[in-house]
Design a binder for this molecule. Structure first.
Ligand code: F6P
Length: 536
């Protein structure tokens, strides 16, 4: 019901300039949320009080409050896989019990965290060292998807806090990546983390095999196992790989891959910044959880962020969203969010298997500002399609001696959202060019310099990219995805859409090796196989 009303309302306000909403002097404050150490300003969108009320109604109609309570309580809300969804338990370290099937999972969560912390401290101090005696100078995390993107993003984000071994990441099955990462490292002082929930992912297991051969060539096969750690829930497979149980950090099936940075999958982060800073990261996530559970309607940041997204995608039909962190250390955040949002909400059927009847979540993409400004912002400002933008910037950088650069960065961030909002009219463009051109040429030149404006954006300002604030940001986005999934009526916690390609790749590998024929494949695939196999 609320959706139909929203579509009607959107039609009614078509053509209204967002800028005109600022005739109300209270607009900015009223269309913003403050929570934890952050301010979310969504006043530069065409959402008015009426639209917002309908969006909130949409969430209520979808039963958001009950669904949220179900998630936090350990109910099996991942219905296609029959699993609870409890990544929030991983950061509930100071909280109460959380039960799955009547069993409190928190003692297990705390025990694993303590084992991780003891291991990380010992590696950082050199008391756990390479079998040959040397300290581990370098960590190579081998994993893909959620077993890579979370820790890779967080390790880069928290660079100012690194005081442990250097961390490197290998994800792609492309041998170029593992070769480039290992070249220049010393096998004798390298610790390899094989991060895979299932311990069956082809890319990860292939790269792990390559790394084992690389180490064994230097240390001998019997010593190689001592250079490995596994982060996995599949203890049988980790043992078969030759990793001893005390070097395995496990987690339960209620932690989804793309939600797993808070537990063992975050070990590389813990090694880089130490257990105390890792705890601060968890506490940031827990603070956002508390906010998400307790804050009411317009005061709830993840809820409002999700509703703004729904307004742009499902109501106004803008199919993509740009995530634009003005923070170079968040360079991997857009990639992280691509998995979080698109693997979670890129679904075409609802929980009960019927057609969605709505668009799934948007295409999420982005790059840090200011780099993006010199690349794709042209299209965002003057292209024919509207791309809602999500700007992010810190109040304070980590480089006090370069405060003038942070000011310039911030000015750019604010300038972009202002430019998107205001635009530039033909008359303004003509005034700019007066004296240089006249007549028809003035008109022609001016038209190229017109900015339509009225393009929506939100801005998230956080205090400083500390471990705690990073935890708040990541949890904010997780809950935003959750809200969107509930309103769309889909399961945000499975990922069947990745399976078909995996199966076909397994079948094509022997074809490319010349062991099987391409018969039965379509003409294009046969041609590509033939071209790729020429001369072999
Ligand atoms: O292919 C999708 C996926 O299952 C992701 O959901 C997951 O994060 C990734 O693969 C890696 O899986 P694993 O940790 O089991 O290796």
């Amino acid at each position: 019901m609320a959706l139909i009303d929203l579509l009607r309302h959107a039609k009614e306000i078509e053509g209204r300039r967002i800028l005109s909403l600022f005739d109300d002097p209270g607009r900015a404050g009223e269309f913003s949320v403050r929570a934890c150490d952050m301010l979310l300003d969504y006043s530069k969108t065409n959402i008015d009080a009426e639209a917002r009320a309908m969006l909130l109604e949409l969430a209520e109609e979808a039963g958001l409050a009950a669904r949220r309570a179900a998630m936090f309580s350990g109910a099996k809300i991942n219905e296609t896989e029959g699993r609870a969804v409890l990544h929030t338990a991983l950061r509930n370290v100071d909280g109460g019990p959380v039960s799955v099937d009547g069993v409190d999972v928190m003692p297990g969560v705390r025990a694993t965290l303590e084992r991780m912390a003891a291991f990380a401290e010992a590696v950082r101090a050199g008391t756990i060292h390479a079998p040959g005696g040397g300290i581990y100078s370098d960590i190579v995390n081998i994993g893909i998807g959620g077993s890579d993107l979370g820790p890779a993003m967080a390790v880069q984000a928290l660079a100012p806090y690194h005081d442990g071994p250097r961390c490197h990441f290998v994800s792609n099955v492309d041998g170029a990546q593992v070769r480039d990462v290992l070249t220049g490292l010393n096998p004798a002082s390298t610790l390899v983390i094989v991060a895979s929930k299932t311990f069956t992912t082809v890319e990860t297991m292939t790269n792990a095999g390559t790394a084992r051969d690389w180490i064994a060539a230097k240390t001998g096969a019997e010593m190689a196992g001592g250079h490995f750690v596994a982060l996995s829930s599949n203890l049988e497979k980790t043992a078969a790989f030759g990793i001893s149980p005390e070097r395995v950090f496990g987690f339960e099936d209620w932690v989804g891959g793309r939600y797993s940075v808070w537990g063992p999958i975050g070990l590389s982060l813990m090694l880089a910044v130490g257990p105390q800073k890792f705890d601060e990261f968890l506490s940031g996530g827990a603070a956002m959880d508390a906010h998400f559970r307790e804050a009411e309607t317009t005061g709830n940041m993840p809820l409002m962020l999700a509703l703004v997204g729904l307004w742009h995608n499902q109501v106004l039909g803008h199919a993509t969203r740009a995530v634009l962190p003005y923070e170079q250390r968040l360079a991997r955040l857009p990639a992280y969010l691509q998995q979080l949002e698109m693997e979670s909400n890129g679904k075409r059927v609802s929980m009960d298997g019927t057609d969605l009847g709505l668009h799934s979540g948007p295409v999420v993409w982005g790059e840090p500002g200011t780099n993006g400004q010199h690349a794709f912002y042209q299209l965002i400002h003057q292209g024919t399609r509207v791309v809602p933008c999500e700007f992010m910037v810190a109040r304070e950088g980590h480089e006090p001696d370069l405060a003038h650069q942070h000011r310039l960065l911030t000015a750019n961030c604010l300038a972009q959202s202002e430019a998107l909002l205001r635009g530039r009219t033909l008359d303004e463009a003509k005034t700019l060019l007066a004296g240089r051109f006249e007549g028809a040429e003035l008109e022609r030149q001016a038209r190229h310099r017109v900015f339509p404006g009225n393009r929506p954006s939100v801005t998230l300002v956080y205090d400083k990219l500390t471990p705690k604030v990073l935890g708040q940001i990541v949890a904010l986005y997780e809950h935003r995805v959750f809200v969107e999934g509930v309103i769309l009526g889909i399961n945000s916690f499975d990922q069947w859409g990745v399976e078909l390609g995996k199966e076909l790749a397994l079948a094509l590998e022997p074809v490319l090796a010349g062991k099987e024929s391409a018969e039965g494949k379509d003409g294009s695939t046969r041609q590509l196989v033939e071209y790729l196999s020429r001369g072999r």
